[in-house]
Design a protein around this ligand. Structure first.
Ligand SMILES: [Ca+2]
Length: 268
């Protein structure tokens, strides 16, 4: 289903790419890589011993959040660009930062799971301390905006769940287990596994949507459950669509919930 609203990005990806290639400075964008060896529009955090955490720059902009199953759909504006992990946090990355690996399905490149929301926040704090950057979970709005990558369709790859297997791991192609992060096609903004593999914790408390336009929403001030997004290796395609909302208590852990992280721009 198409919602009929126009996605308005503050910066088109093409314009940013051209600007970067020409060396132009953009006032609201970092104009150079923030890490040695990185490329413009990307960021690589060094977690130690050669373990990197790669992120991509997501532009500011306005989009329609929600759909017919996550109502009401409403306009949301994100005023600041941000970096978002290109992949779910892997077990290798988690263990390097935290010193342990709680995952049920072991594999260095597999997404970490059996992590509570509290564990995910603690990971962000550890990496913030290690790198000096502002590392945190994405807001639910940031997550959906980045998942959609400019699209208004059910999935970032369109409305046809018949081609899901090219883009993500769900119940009918995963073998009922998580798979190494980043093996499927990325969305238009370079993000892998936003649909499926493991659910991803977001920073927000879960709350009902309002119809009003929102700017930089971060969820209600309190609640009982934290948002998780994207569906998992055990779910069907509908559960994994761009707008699908899910939540669990912040102490809940299971083998199909992980997370990815945001690094705020302008922090060094
Ligand atoms: Ca995922």
């Amino acid at each position: 289903m198409r919602l009929g609203r126009t996605v308005r990005q503050g910066w088109s990806i093409a314009a940013v790419a051209v600007a970067f290639s020409l060396g132009f400075g953009l006032s609201s964008f970092p104009t150079q890589a923030e890490d040695k060896g990185g490329s413009p529009g990307q960021l690589a955090l060094d977690l130690g011993d050669g373990v990197k955490l790669d992120l991509v720059l997501i532009p500011s902009g306005t989009f329609t959040m929600g759909d017919e199953g996550s109502r009401p759909a409403h306009p949301v504006t994100l005023t600041r660009p941000f970096y978002l992990g290109g992949c779910e946090i892997t077990q290798e990355q988690y263990e390097k930062a935290v010193g342990s690996n709680p995952s049920m399905h072991q594999g260095a490149k597999n997404p970490v799971e059996m992590v509570t929301w509290n564990d995910a926040v603690a990971f962000c704090q550890k990496v913030s301390e290690k790198t000096g950057k502002a590392v945190r979970l994405p807001t639910e709005a940031e997550w959906e905006y980045a998942c959609r990558a400019g699209t208004t369709t059910t999935f970032s790859f369109g409305d046809d769940d018949g081609v899901f297997a090219e883009h993500g791991w769900i119940n009918d192609n995963s073998g009922k287990t998580p798979r190494p992060a980043g093996e499927k096609k990325a969305n238009a903004w370079g993000l892998h596994d936003m649909h499926g593999n493991v659910h991803e914790w977001c920073g927000d408390w879960f709350g009902e949507y309002a119809e009003d336009a929102a700017t930089d929403p971060a969820g209600p001030p309190s609640g009982e459950q934290r948002v998780m997004r994207g569906g998992s290796w055990g779910d069907n395609a509908w559960i994994c669509r761009s707008a699908a909302r899910h939540s669990r208590t912040p102490d809940y852990k299971i083998g199909y919930i992980g997370f990815r992280v945001v690094v705020e721009t302008g922090t060094r």
